[in-house]
Design a protein around this ligand. Structure first.
Ligand code: ZN
Length: 371
């Protein structure tokens, strides 16, 4: 809240009407009837870095200052937004879902943080629980632009200052259960075992092979959690639990891998004589960024003498939610060492300045084209 109030004051000093709404979204706008939204988020993860979403919000603030200092001409204005709880302390992408009216507010209010405090209580403690929520209006809002640090190593490794985000990747996540039988690990012949641990290991290796051979060049996957039960060196595992997820910018790739996972699960169950059950716990379709805005980011960077690289975003961003409502575009700047969600997160000053300049030029061009 202190950070939001700090930015709200600076928005007002720049001449914007600034307001914190009922879920903690901070919105600063010019008086124009049609506006381009520039936003990101100012919340962060525990022990997170200084740039993450905050950089994109500060870009918006600086853009608004320049806009107001030069007279705020033209029929298209600016709306600078710091979305609430992007990182999911209570609800992932809370602020952007509220803004776009794709939030189930009653369910959201019941969600608790790690201290068991529900969102409803946190909003009241912050003094905003009774405030109205501010929403996007397709008649008013003509586009959404977001700048963000890459949070990965690709731009730095390739020496490219501006990343053009093609899409926010889709995700599929499964919980896999392998149910065998506990037996003595010394006396039970191998051929008679129903070893859940062996089944899991076999599945894990083959699932990675499946993603490697049927995925795209950008497919990423992760076996994030394993539990072996009872988990003793002298007992054949009765049960093994595995969490596997895959991300890609192409929905067809995710469909293909999903079908492969189901086949593999059945095959591993047969080979190891265990019951294998897969439950899809989470699924999110990829969201493409607007192709016209992508072209515009590319040509604008080029006009500023900056090389670009098209790449998908493996992380979720507020642009994912906004892109379903208005034409949306997103640019990345390089992260030093690819580090993010850590105190060591940083970017070179010249990269930050270049990102701000390109984003401002893109917004100016969109405003001119739509005027
Ligand atoms: Zn972020």
């Amino acid at each position: 809240m202190e950070a939001r109030k700090w930015i709200a004051d600076r928005m007002r000093q720049a001449g914007l009407a600034a307001e914190i709404d009922g879920v903690g979204n901070l919105i600063g706008r010019t008086p124009h009837a049609r506006r381009i939204i520039v936003g990101s988020h100012t919340d962060t993860v525990p022990d997170g870095g200084w740039l993450d979403g905050a950089m994109g919000v500060v870009f918006g603030l600086e853009m608004a200052r320049a806009f107001m200092e030069t007279g705020g001409g033209g029929p298209i204005g600016l709306e600078i937004v710091s979305f609430s709880d992007e990182e999911g302390t209570f609800v992932s992408l809370l602020g952007s879902h509220s803004y776009c009216q794709t939030l189930d507010i009653q369910t959201a209010l019941e969600q608790q943080d790690s201290h068991k405090c529900p969102l409803s209580q946190a909003l009241h403690t912050a003094g905003i629980g009774d405030k109205p929520r501010i929403h996007l209006d397709p008649a008013t809002h003509v586009a959404y632009l977001e700048a963000h640090i890459e949070q990965g190593p690709i731009l730095e490794a390739r020496g490219i200052p501006i990343g053009v985000v093609t899409a926010i990747v889709g995700i599929r996540r499964w919980h896999l259960d392998f149910i065998g039988q506990a037996d003595h690990a010394g006396t039970t012949p191998m051929a008679m075992r129903r070893d859940a641990s062996a089944a899991l290991c076999d599945f894990a290796v083959k699932a990675a092979d499946l993603c490697r051979t049927t995925g795209s060049a950008n497919t990423v996957w992760n076996g994030g959690a394993i539990r072996i039960t009872p988990g003793a060196h002298s007992v054949v595992a009765a049960r093994a639990d595995y969490t596997f997820s895959v991300r890609d910018a192409d929905a067809r790739v995710l469909t293909r891998i999903g079908a492969g996972i189901n086949e593999l699960l059945a095959q591993v169950g047969r080979v190891h004589n265990v019951l294998s059950v897969g439950t899809e716990m989470f699924s999110l379709a990829p969201t493409a960024m607007d192709s016209t805005i992508r072209d515009l980011i590319r040509s604008t960077a080029s006009a500023n003498g900056l090389r670009t690289l098209d790449l998908p975003s493996g992380a979720l961003h507020d642009a994912l939610v906004l892109a379903r409502e208005v034409p949306a575009g997103m640019l990345f700047i390089p992260s030093i060492g690819g580090r993010s969600h850590a105190v060591s997160e940083d970017s070179k000053p010249e990269d930050i300045v270049n990102g701000a300049r390109v984003l401002a030029d893109v917004v100016t061009t969109i405003a001119r084209r739509l005027a």
